[in-house]
Design a protein around this ligand. Structure first.
Ligand SMILES: [Zn+2]
Length: 106
């Protein structure tokens, strides 16, 4: 399925974009579905590729970048919310702690 995420890659290649050209870039995995966002400094527009968590279909859309960010699914019209960074951060923190504990025991 990840092979379908090619639009943003193609854009990066086509415009030879560097990370410094990006206002915001992320890939988020939801419980179901996935979203990749690239917002450019040059126009403030976020390009989004996603697997919709509602209909599980691939879609692509563009919208002015803002926080919190959401985009309507092109297939089912459902709103796709980007999970908050804080929640992802918490999960990562938890994983780190678990790792550290294992190390202590070893
Ligand atoms: Zn959908």
């Amino acid at each position: 399925m990840s092979g379908q995420f090619h639009k943003i890659d193609a854009l990066i290649k086509e415009k030879s974009l560097k990370s410094s050209d990006a206002l915001y870039v992320t890939t988020r995995h939801m419980k179901e579905g996935k979203i990749r966002i690239l917002a450019l400094k040059s126009d403030g527009i976020a390009r989004c590729e996603y697997i919709c968590p509602n209909c599980m279909k691939y879609g692509y859309g563009e919208a002015p970048w803002q926080r919190p960010f959401s985009i309507p699914c092109a297939n089912c019209g459902g709103k796709i919310n980007v999970p908050k960074m804080r929640e992802q951060f918490k999960r990562e923190q938890k994983a780190e702690k678990a790792k550290a504990k294992k190390k202590q025991r070893a």
